[in-house]
Design a protein around this ligand. Structure first.
Ligand code: ZN
Length: 297
C-alpha cells in the first residue's frame, strides 16, 4: 500500500523544511546491462554471467526499510523474467513497480514498432507478476530526446501515465538540454507527464543533481546543496535515481572496458550505500506516483 505524500515527512529528519517530498527511484538492472559496457559485454553472454541484481535489490529494499522510505523501482523485463519473486517483494514492500523496458535497448536504437512492442510487453509482464497496474516508464540510458519525442505519444497510447526518460542536460550518451527542468505535459489535450531527472542551475547552466554517477563521484555535500536549492529556491521536488549495482563493490570487474567507462562505473562503489543512507535521512522521500500524480486523473 502506498503512503500519501502528505504523511511522509513525519518520519524524516527535522533539519530541513519538510514540505517537499522528493521522488526516490531505482533502475533495477545488473552491472552487465549498463549502456557504458555495451561494446564490452555481448548481449549473448548475459545469461552466462554471474547475476548480482537479485541480492543487490534485496539490499536496496533493506536500506529503504531501515530508513522508512518508499520509492519507485523501474524494472527491466529481463530481471522480472528471471526473478519474479523479487518483483513481487518490491511490490509487497509498498514500492511502486514501473517499467525500464524489456532488454535495455536504447529507444534511439528502436523503430516505432519495436518500441511499442517493448513497452506493451514490459507493462504486461510486470502487471501479470504483481497483479496491479503499472503506469510509469523510464527509458534505458535516458534515451528519449528531440529526435524521438514521438515515443511519449506511444507511451500514452500503451496506457502509461508518466515517463521519466528525459535528462535535460548535455551528456555524451544522452540528454535534451532544451527540455523543461521540471515535470511537464508534453502531449496536447492529455495529462500524460514527462518528469525529467533533476537538474539545478548555476550561472545559467543546467547541471545534473539527480543521482547516478554524479552523486557517486562527487562529494555528498555538493549533491545535498544542489538538491536543497531545488527544494527551497525552485520549490520543486527532486527525482533521484541509482542502480542496485552501485552499492555492490564486489561485482566482477570489466577490465576490457575503456578507462572512462571503468572510472564512471567503479569509483566510490564502496561508499555509495552509506551516502544514500545519509541522503535518505536528510530529505523527505516518496514514490513517483505519490509525489507527482496526487489528484491527477
Ligand atoms: Zn538502465
Amino acid at each position: 500500500m502506498s503512503v500519501p505524500a502528505s504523511q511522509e515527512p513525519e518520519t524524516k529528519s527535522p533539519k530541513l523544511d519538510q514540505q517537499i517530498v522528493n521522488a526516490l527511484t531505482v533502475d533495477v538492472e545488473d552491472y552487465f546491462h549498463v549502456g557504458a559496457f555495451e561494446n564490452d559485454i555481448s548481449r549473448d553472454d548475459w545469461d552466462d554471467l554471474p547475476c548480482r541484481v537479485e541480492q543487490n535489490t534485496f539490499r536496496t529494499l533493506e536500506l529503504f526499510e531501515r530508513n522508512g522510505v518508499r520509492g519507485t523501482f523501474f524494472i527491466l523485463g529481463w530481471v522480472c523474467q528471471r526473478y519474479p519473486n523479487l518483483i513481487k517483494k518490491i511490490h509487497e514492500h509498498g514500492h511502486e513497480v514501473a517499467s525500464h523496458s524489456i532488454g535495455h535497448h536504447r529507444v534511439t536504437d528502436l523503430s516505432r514498432e519495436e518500441f511499442i512492442e517493448d513497452i506493451r510487453d514490459s507493462k504486461k509482464l510486470l502487471e501479470d507478476t504483481i497483479g496491479a497496474a503499472v503506469i510509469g516508464y523510464r527509458a534505458p540510458s535516458f534515451s528519449i530526446g528531440e529526435k524521438n519525442i514521438w515515443a511519449l505519444e506511444c507511451l500514452k497510447e500503451a496506457g502509461y501515465l508518466y515517463s521519466s526518460s528525459i535528462y535535460p542536460i548535455k551528456h555524451d550518451h544522452y540528454g535534451m538540454p532544451s527540455a523543461p527542468r521540471f515535470s511537464f505535459k508534453p502531449l496536447e489535450g492529455s495529462d500524460f507527464l514527462e518528469m525529467p531527472v533533476t537538474t539545478f542551475t548555476l550561472f545559467n547552466r543546467k547541471l545534473p543533481c539527480g543521482g547516478g554517477g554524479y552523486f557517486r563521484l562527487l562529494p555528498y555535500m555538493l549533491s545535498k546543496m544542489a538538491m536543497n536549492s531545488v527544494n527551497k529556491r525552485d520549490r520543486e521536488a527532486c527525482i533521484f535515481y541509482f542502480h542496485p549495482w552501485e552499492i555492490d563493490p564486489d561485482q566482477p570487474r570489466q577490465e576490457q572496458a575503456s578507462f572512462k567507462s571503468r572510472f564512471r562505473h567503479y569509483t566510490n562503489l564502496n561508499v555509495m550505500e552509506a551516502k544514500i543512507e545519509r541522503l535518505l535521512g536528510d530529505f523527505a522521500w516518496g514514490r513517483m506516483d505519490d509525489v507527482f500524480l496526487q489528484g491527477e486523473g
